[in-house]
Design a protein around this ligand. Sequence first.
Ligand SMILES: Cc1cc2nc3c(=O)[nH]c(=O)nc-3n(C[C@H](O)[C@H](O)[C@H](O)COP(=O)(O)OP(=O)(O)OC[C@H]3O[C@@H](n4cnc5c(N)ncnc54)[C@H](O)[C@@H]3O)c2cc1C
Length: 369
Amino acid sequence: MFDAGIVGGGGIVGCAIARELAGHGLSVAAIEKHPTACQETSALNSRVIHSGFHEIPGTLKAELAREGSRLIIRYAEERGVKLLRTGMLIAVPHGSIRAGLWREAGALWKMWAQGRQQKIPFRVVLTAGGVQRIAPIQAMSGIFIPSVCVIDLETLMQLLLNDAKTAGAQFFFGSEVIGIDVQASHHVIHTIRGAIEARTLINSAGLAAKEISQMAGGPKYDIEFVRGDYYEMKGGIERWGIRTLVYPAMPPRSRSKGIHFGPRTDGRLYIGPSATPLSEPAPKPVFLEAARRFLPQISDDDLEWSYAGVRSTRVAENGKSDFTIRLERQTPPFINLIGIDSPGLSASMGIARYVAEMILRRSVPPMAQ
Ligand SMILES: Cc1cc2nc3c(=O)[nH]c(=O)nc-3n(C[C@H](O)[C@H](O)[C@H](O)COP(=O)(O)OP(=O)(O)OC[C@H]3O[C@@H](n4cnc5c(N)ncnc54)[C@H](O)[C@@H]3O)c2cc1C
């Protein structure tokens, strides 16, 4: 009998929760359907450690990205995980006068106001020359957020996993969860390899979280799946000289942060992600167009398709998209994590603390011995 059973222990969020709970002395079963960690959304993202600047103040996304990014950056520094101190430039491209400057400038202005509310340090860049001093791109103005960085995801994941194991968490890889029985005081989690018993059930199953919630007798959540493709910019940082993340200015309540480009820790440059329905990858011209707004010299040959990831987003009736992290049942305790889309990587260590807090101090009664 484990104190906690985590479905989705191979994702960055499930793994961070396993580490946090095991660190508090709880016995933890981290259950993962793939044979190794980081095989789904956690590997197929932009690897950006967001400060929460894009998020609506007061949401869980804003709060946990701010807290989580602080924790990840400190962890990376202490443990030697490679971090690129890129900063993030949210820019208004040249040519916007014809193509709706006021919409873009208005979006930038709203982000400025939102950023001030969030108390995240940033500076406004008012001229094309100022932009050029940050990145060799064509843009009229922008906002620069120095705290944003890009992380070596594989090393981060490996270290979190090692920490969790060292603290006593047991990982059950290759163990797809196929059913969950709810008993009076605990859960019986049926996997293709056998049953695991746990008092608290934590559903951190990413794209399958909706199904796991229903398996455990929880609500049927409405989830949208959004596909995001990436193209590599051939020649990488060395050729293009771009060492910062370049994002378009999007209206604050838009569902995505827009197609951006920026460096990775291995020296490559990527542009993406698009935001389309699952079965409809965005065509290459969409990426070319997004890049040309800032880099007019780029051509079709410079971009090569690389990979795609899928976001599972929960949009509330008021149109806001936020993480849902909820204690669905007190006895036996059941916690759902639904719609952990961007910035879930940045927030992962903050989410882990939040879940541990729910279990250890607030919502969940002490574990029966
Ligand atoms: C295109 C894109 C770009 C993004 N960019 C960023 C970014 O730059 N910065 C950022 O902070 N965030 C970003 N995100 C969001 C971030 O990637 C996610 O929030 C994060 O990876 C979610 O982690 P997770 O552990 O919840 O999900 P996952 O990585 O999906 O992990 C869930 C795990 O559950 C397992 N599982 C599912 N069903 C079962 C089952 N039945 N039995 C056992 N195991 C099961 C899966 O195999 C998987 O390993 C991006 C996302 C996308 C799609």
